[in-house]
Design a protein around this ligand. Structure first.
Ligand code: PGA
Length: 255
């Protein structure tokens, strides 16, 4: 059975004290999770180790980084290696967020290499995809997202897919308050699953966790998570308040 995941992407928010408070608040209100319903928290790099120490005794709560280097080590000033992220306590890394693609010029080739480096170093990958409003208005979103997934992930071996989570995040819905309708999310998630089924077989596709991201909040999470192919969410803004993040986790528990 595929896992359901609620993952919080803090982006460039929260200093150490604020991050400590936020994680403490989340842990305080956390329902009983299990192997199939887990929570992931992605703070900035410098919070990773501290956040990990806060959650390490709580089952089914994991830490993620928001990015990692393509390289393993060496003279790459300002970069953070996947091995360091793993050593600091993280289990996951978000790769290919649209903000990284757009503002930091991360190409498909770079993202494919980052995915390999992360997997080689024992991290699981939350791989993001999603189209702009322009692409959505042109009606070519299925082809666009399919191309992103093929370029970033389809060089992987079947056995590596167990360590991949896909996050569909339409750019026009990120931080805009404009959520995709549950029908739009379901249609794209079903398409993504069919693309994986064609490449890797139905069993692998059925086990793949596909998250929705983009203005997901407590008031719309239940409807989104009720869709057959939506296996949870990657949450930005609403992950910065414990009460809101917990509301979304509750929606997963009841989905
Ligand atoms: P948002 O961001 O929930 O603030 O729209 C989602 C994301 O970018 O991961």
């Amino acid at each position: 059975m595929r896992k359901k995941i609620v993952a919080g992407n803090w982006k460039m928010n929260m200093n150490l004290d604020e991050g400590h408070e936020l994680v403490a608040g989340i842990l305080k209100g956390l329902p009983a999770l299990n192997n199939d319903k887990i929570v992931v928290i992605a703070p900035p790099f410098i919070n990773i180790q501290h956040s990990y120490y806060q959650v390490e005794d709580t089952d089914h709560v994991y830490i993620a980084a928001q990015n990692c280097s393509t390289e393993n080590s060496g003279a790459y000033t300002g970069e953070v290696a996947a091995s360091m992220i793993k050593h600091a306590g993280a289990s996951y890394v978000i790769i290919g967020h649209s903000e990284r693609r757009e503002y930091f010029n991360e190409t498909d080739a770079i993202l494919s290499k980052k995915t390999d480096t992360a997997l080689d170093n024992g991290l699981k990958v939350i791989f993001c995809c999603g189209e702009s409003l322009e692409v959505r208005d042109a009606g070519t979103q299925n082809e666009y997202v399919e191309a992103q997934l093929k370029a970033g992930l389809f060089h992987l071996h079947k056995h590596q897919l167990a360590n991949i989570v896909v996050a569909y995040e339409p750019i026009w819905a990120i931080g805009t308050g404009r959520t995709a309708t549950s029908q739009q999310a379901q249609d794209m998630h079903a398409h993504i699953r069919s693309v994986f089924a064609a490449q890797y077989g139905q069993n692998i596709a059925d086990d793949l966790t596909i998250l929705y991201g983009g203005s997901c909040k407590p008031s719309n999470a239940a409807e989104l998570f009720a869709c057959a192919d939506v296996d949870g969410g990657l949450i930005g803004g609403a992950s910065l308040k414990a009460s809101e993040f917990l509301g979304i986790i509750e929606a997963m528990m009841h989905a």
